[in-house]
Design a protein around this ligand. Structure first.
Ligand code: ZN
Length: 692
């Protein structure tokens, strides 16, 4: 985390990074009438903290035109606050410098948390325009903090005196964290180099934003449209009605199958017409490579080049080395060294994995609301004692959004949790979690979190029946949710999910394991009509398919992770790359050029790494699997789904944010160093005899 990129645009935003699922991208924009932004004053809903319970965003009062003036006022206010700290004639103290920075930027934070949430899940033309205008300004605002010479002098002085300051552990951690962030961002550079860096940061932010816009448009344009119903053979009536609805919504004739973010498209498993499958696959894989306005190749080759220039300026051989300095993996070499796998074995499994399981047979047992309440919430109740109550009185940004109040074991409110599960044309693809309000004892706030997904919306009155992949996604995102909900720290910069990228996926991937825990599974996997439990035979089939899929998933993830790492390992002396040639040779170099398993994302539509903060960080999904498999094994060895196990995990890990060294936090909780054996077992790659 803490890399300098779009999703961490300002100091305020350093606390607002959205966490994407391993799959995430964008679908489309919708229309909005062009309105003039209004002036900023008490009438603006972001002017003061929300008066709703727990500072829930007042979505019923927020208009599209309110964001821009609030963002601009927020930037100006934070700049004034930061300059007051930097220019103070009082000698630096922890309180007047470090804590004062924690308190700064509250207006910007307030508006950006909501703006980020809404632009990702419910955007429109006006919001996209505001984003285009504000993106470079937000990048400059961040540089105005981290490259402020006087401010850094104060931080540096405190850092060098830290041994004598008698700080409590969390405060000491914050001081060390801040110092590291300043240095990483270039605070030690000469004034001339700082000027160069600011230009590169602005260009990076602008190009990332351009990339995102092109990708949105490309995904929308890449939808498969047909007027011939017969070529959709294999899809269920419900899927065909959804395709007809999608066509109608976009004023097209016939049927429309929108593109998902990833290379593979889910309907390919069910469509029986080979030509249809081929057309959809080709739409997917070429979406951003058609030599049209949505072609991203020129944008990404320049992005890769300028990031190499940035890293060189900052004294690193390449961008990956610069990014990884404050991650758990520490170096690009360590990040991808986990490769004891046999690629041929995987490619053999691929076809079976894709076609072995009939989704339409299993979906009736996964009704979304039951999965949420009797699965996701149930596991959180058994482990942590949490209870949930739906709130119908709090405003939402779209009628599909549901809000739950989360209660601790003592009956006290812990958090608010928003769930926005259904696919919309103006929502990015994939699934993610973030906060509308961050937890902080310093600021007196409790977490307001949200989970977003892209599940097919049923016709009115029909139940939402989802796949086991979707079930797993719900557990995953709620795992991030728990990391946010249990946050219990003083400083907002260290709270909840504000941890390095290669740790943040640990609580979420860990929580996925409960989806197939026998006790939890039996509690939610019931037929939506009859309430009958899923037949054991079918449940076993799901488990088997999941193991097969692991091979495919791991391979496509690793191919994507390699692409990411190789793009960001270019030295600054490298010329502008030809995207097609680079991708081919990058995959060939690592023996991942498997025809049957294309990368989960190709370079030209890899949103995570070009615009969403996972640059040189996509490996995190693989890295944390080592931790989460290991952690689940620990639970199994200690009695599984129990309150004692849950409470221990909550106290030692989930509530602790970034308040201590994460390697240490993890191994203290585990009582040992991480072990890779449970991961291999989980993937079905070693015999499932007891692993010690
Ligand atoms: Zn995640």
């Amino acid at each position: 985390m803490a890399s300098i990129n779009l999703s961490r645009r300002t100091r305020a935003l350093a606390r607002t990074t959205t966490i994407l699922a391993a799959g995430a991208l964008a679908v489309s924009g919708t229309t909005a009438s062009a309105q003039q932004p209004t002036a900023f004053g008490p009438a603006n809903p972001f002017y003061a903290p929300s008066t709703l319970p727990h500072q829930a965003p007042p979505f019923d009062k927020i208009h599209n035109t309110d964001y821009q003036p609030a963002i601009e006022a927020g930037i100006a206010q934070q700049r004034t606050e930061i300059e007051a700290i930097a220019n103070s004639t009082t000698p630096a103290t922890f309180d007047n410098t470090i804590v004062a920075m924690e308190r700064s930027g509250q207006l910007l934070n307030r508006v950006m948390l909501v703006f980020s949430g809404v632009t990702q899940a419910n955007t429109n033309d006006l919001l996209q325009k505001v984003q285009d205008i504000e993106t470079p300004k937000l990048a400059a605002a961040q540089d105005a903090i981290y490259l402020n010479t006087k401010l850094f002098a104060r931080v540096h002085k405190l850092y060098s005196e830290r041994a004598t300051l008698k700080l409590d552990p969390e405060s000491l951690r914050l001081l060390e964290y801040d110092y590291q962030q300043f240095v990483k961002a270039g605070a030690n550079l000469s004034e001339a180099d700082k000027t160069k860096l600011k230009k590169l940061n602005e260009e990076d932010a602008t190009l990332s934003n351009d990339f995102m816009n092109k990708l949105l448009a490309a995904a929308k344009a890449g939808a498969y449209v047909t007027t011939d119903k017969s070529v959709l053979a294999g899809l269920t009536d419900a899927q065909i009605s959804a395709a007809a609805l999608s066509a109608k919504d976009t004023k097209q004739q016939g049927f429309r199958i929108p593109l998902q973010n990833t290379t593979q498209q889910p309907d390919l498993a069910e469509l029986t017409n080979r030509a249809t499958r081929q057309a959809i696959f080709e739409n997917s894989i070429t979406r951003t490579e058609r030599n049209d306005a949505n072609d991203t190749r020129a944008t990404i080759s320049r992005l890769a080049q300028l990031r190499a220039e940035k890293a060189h300026l900052l004294g690193f051989p390449n961008y990956a080395a610069w990014t990884l300095q404050d991650q758990m993996a520490k170096t690009p070499e360590a990040a991808l060294k986990l490769k004891p796998w046999d690629w041929n074995f995987y490619s053999e499994q691929v076809r079976k994995a894709k076609y072995d399981l009939d989704e339409n047979e299993v979906k009736p047992y996964f009704e979304l609301d039951r999965v949420l309440q009797d699965g996701v919430f149930y596991a959180a109740n058994q482990l942590y004692g949490l209870t949930f109550k739906e709130r119908h009185d709090l405003p939402v940004y779209n009628p599909d959004v549901r809000v739950f109040e989360v209660f601790d074991i003592n009956g006290k409110t812990l958090a608010l949790a928003y769930f926005d599960y259904f696919k919309r044309d103006n929502k990015q693809g994939g699934a993610w979690m973030s906060n509308f309000v961050n937890q902080s004892k310093l600021l007196g706030t409790i977490p307001v979190i949200y989970n977003v997904g892209n599940f097919a919306k049923p016709a009115p009155g029909e139940p939402a029946l989802i796949s086991f992949d979707d079930v797993t996604t719900m557990f995953h995102e709620f795992g991030h949710g728990l990391h946010g909900i249990f946050a219990n720290t003083v400083y907002p910069s260290l709270s909840g999910t504000s941890v390095p990228r290669d740790f943040v996926e640990f609580p979420s991937q860990f929580n996925e394991h409960w989806a197939s825990n026998p006790q939890v599974f039996a509690h939610f996997a019931k037929h939506y009509k009859t309430g009958a439990p899923m037949p054991a035979e079918l449940a076993a089939k799901i488990k088997k398919a999941a193991t097969f899929n692991e091979g495919y998933r791991l391979t496509e993830l690793l191919a994507a992770a390699e692409l990411d790492m190789q793009w960001h390992s270019l030295p600054n002396t490298a010329s502008l790359q030809n995207v097609d040639d680079f991708e081919k040779s990058a995959l060939a170099r690592t023996h991942l050029n498997l025809e049957t398993v294309p990368p989960r994302y190709r370079s030209s539509y890899f949103l995570h790494i070009w615009a969403n903060g996972y640059s040189a960080g996509y490996y995190a999904y693989l890295w944390t699997e080592m931790l989460d498999d290991d952690a689940y094994q620990w639970f199994e060895d200690h009695g599984g789904l129990t309150r004692a196990n849950g409470d221990r995990f909550r106290n030692m890990v989930l509530s602790r944010g970034n308040t201590e060294d994460l390697d240490k936090m993890y191994s203290t909780w585990l009582g040992a160093e991480p072990d890779t054996k449970p991961m291999l077992k989980d993937r079905g790659l070693v015999e499932t005899s007891p692993v010690k």
